[in-house]
Design a protein around this ligand. Sequence first.
Ligand code: NI
Length: 128
Amino acid sequence: MSEHPEDAPIAKLSLVSKFAAIDDHWNPRIVGELNGQHVKIAKIHGAFDWHHHEHEDELFLVHRGSFRMEFRDRAIDLEAGDILIVPRGVEHRPVADHEAEILMFEPAGTLNTGNVTSARTVREPERL
Ligand code: NI
């Protein structure tokens, strides 16, 4: 994808094709950008790290499968087609009992592990 979207041709993308190119988990890829936001996709499986984002709200959309977003006081189950927005500052962790495909929409530069640094932190997501 171009670093300068205004120069890029207008073209649709296929989430099915993009996900087919991913064979790992918890490794977000950038598939689009607009207005300073990144559209990212990832396959997930298992429990992620507890974290929060000081300044960014995060949108999650389930493309295939299901997962639950755990908060310290409750959990929300999400299925394909569901969207959840996690407000900034709220501690959360996604947990997928089976592999799921998710799309995230958040400001460019948002770290996947938020305020926490771990082996899963991806500082420079690749573009797919
Ligand atoms: Ni997060």
